[in-house]
Write a protein that binds this ligand. Structure first.
Ligand code: PEP
Length: 253
């Protein structure tokens, strides 16, 4: 169901010690404000325990994982199972990030298995979809992301998709400083809501070079429920400013 959500994806940044320092600074700022926006942090696996300890008392900030395997256990060296995330109090898991598709060979089929495994463990999948620049330039962006979303949710009933999070992240916008035009992002997200049963009720995030400066305009778009944020989530001041900007945008300021 649609809620306002901002997720910080830290990728391969921050030790457990740096994670605790971030959370302490960030919570201080957050205490001083009131916003209805749900917030989740996705630190590296090695910092999930430290983050969970620090966030235990803070209902407003949840914990997300950056990836997981779909199997319960087994001979999968280096992989993390869904139950291992649940043990740390993780509520969300990022699935199918373009960096995992590109650098780790993650396919639509694997993404689909991860989505189903997450749902089986009451983890909310944050399913990432997005087109490369060549597809965008060829005019096929919307068809591409609708197909990707269908593949990610193959076999998942619409009423369950409605409780998932879908992140539209044009690949060319991630980490480049070239954020997608807000109207184009909104139109892309509308195409997913229209083209995939259940997605009209899903929480939908935009991701790709979101900053405290551009967040407000995204939050004003009717199909945007929040953001998946990489670079601008690494500094507690910048992440807090971004959440404040989102709050202004959602409340029509
Ligand atoms: C991301 O990691 O999903 C992302 C959108 O990164 P950035 O905000 O740095 O572009």
């Amino acid at each position: 169901m649609r809620t306002h959500l901002i997720v910080g994806n830290w990728k391969m940044h921050k030790t457990a010690e740096a994670t605790v320092a971030f959370i302490d600074d960030f919570l201080q700022s957050l205490h001083a404000t009131s916003t209805e926006i749900d917030i989740a942090l996705a630190p590296p696996f090695t910092a999930l325990g430290a983050a969970a300890d620090r966030l235990r008392e803070h209902m407003r900030v949840g914990l997300a994982a950056q990836d997981m395997h779909w199997e319960e256990q087994g001979a999968f060296t280096g992989a993390i199972a869904p139950g291992m995330l649940v043990e740390f109090g993780v509520s969300h898991v990022i699935v199918g990030h373009s960096e995992r598709r590109r650098s780790f060979g993650e396919t639509d089929e694997m993404v689909n298995k991860k989505v189903k495994a997450a749902l089986a463990h009451d983890l909310t999948p944050i399913v990432c979809v997005g087109e490369p620049l060549s597809v965008r330039d060829g005019g096929g962006a919307q068809a591409h992301i609708v197909t990707q979303t269908h593949a990610a949710f193959a076999g998942v009933p619409a009423h369950r998709i409605a409780h998932c999070v879908i992140a539209y992240e044009p690949i060319w916008a991630i980490g480049t400083g070239k954020n997608c035009d807000v109207n184009e992002a909104n139109a892309a997200m509308a195409s997913i809501r229209e083209g995939v049963p259940g997605a009209s009720h899903a929480t939908m995030l935009y991701g790709g070079s979101v900053t405290p400066q551009n967040m407000r305009e995204y939050a004003r778009q009717p199909h945007v429920d929040g953001a998946l944020v990489g670079g601008a989530s690494l500094d507690p001041v910048s992440f807090f400013d971004l959440i404040r900007a989102a709050h202004e945008g959602f409340s029509g300021q």
